[in-house]
Ligand binder design. Structure first.
Ligand SMILES: *[C@@H]1O[C@H](CO)[C@@H](O)[C@H](O)[C@H]1NC(C)=O
Ligand SMILES: *[C@@H]1O[C@H](CO)[C@@H](O)[C@H](O)[C@H]1NC(C)=O
Length: 215
């Protein structure tokens, strides 16, 4: 009984420290050492004495991404992979370019809330809630508008104009991750069986085969 209480107490203590984003750093910085063979939650730190200013620098977010693809949008990420100094800091960013009417298709970031601002053009954005179930929250954004997509929720952005559009997003993780719904469901490797998806989406298996053939 005492053991159970102790365990329960420990659990409560652990829960009270649960965080909505990456854990707080316990030092000034922990520049990622991509050459380390050690696997930890995050990336191993480079010797702080060997850190240089370039470890905290990323260049090129002024460069427009190539939007010539099926959806007409491209994300240029600046996460710990591109910017080693982000390791343990719980933050990252991205540039999103849109061709006319281009779409950043429904996707979710398993580890981050996203805050986005429109730099050029106008876009229709939205996310779907889990509680109340499946409510669509949507807004038409103009240049300068800022919108937030809560952590884990499925969201999208579409350029609703005949010109190019650009957005800049901040994310509350050094490694937000992205699951694009269509790619994950219809483009997994190996495929999720057409029977399963036909039942889930309430369509014929041949409809599923047709969609899977696009991914
Ligand atoms: C740090 O830099 C020094 C001098 O360049 C080098 O000898 C040493 O191996 C480096 N240490 C680490 C941990 O990379
Ligand atoms: C953009 O991507 C398309 C498709 O991959 C490619 O054909 C084209 O050459 C690229 N354009 C530039 C400017 O890199």
């Amino acid at each position: 009984m005492a053991t159970h209480l102790l365990l329960f107490g420990l659990l409560l203590t652990t829960c009270s420290f649960a965080l909505a984003s990456d854990p707080s750093p316990l030092q000034d910085f922990c520049v990622a050492d991509p050459n380390s063979k050690v696997l930890v939650n995050g990336v191993v730190c480079k010797d702080p004495k060997n850190v240089t200013a370039d470890d905290f620098l990323f260049k090129g977010l002024n460069i427009m991404g190539n939007t010539s693809n099926a959806v007409g949008s491209i994300v240029t990420p600046v996460t710990v992979t591109q910017l080693k100094g982000l390791n343990t800091l719980g933050i990252s960013m991205a540039r999103i370019d849109f061709a006319p009417w281009g779409l950043n298709p429904p996707h979710t970031h398993p580890r981050a809330t996203e805050i986005l601002t429109v730099i050029e053009g106008s876009m229709l954005v939205g996310f779907v809630t889990s509680n109340p179930e499946n409510r669509l929250i949507t807004k038409l954004l103009q240049k300068g508008d800022v919108f937030v997509f809560p952590q884990g929720l499925i969201h999208f952005q579409q350029n609703v104009g005949n010109g190019y559009a650009v957005a800049i997003a901040g994310l509350s993780s050094q490694n937000p991750g992205v699951i694009t719904i269509a790619n994950a469901v219809f483009g997994s490797n190996p495929d999720i069986s057409a029977d399963i998806l036909a039942k889930a989406f309430q369509v014929d298996a041949n409809v599923i085969n047709q969609i899977q053939s696009k991914f």
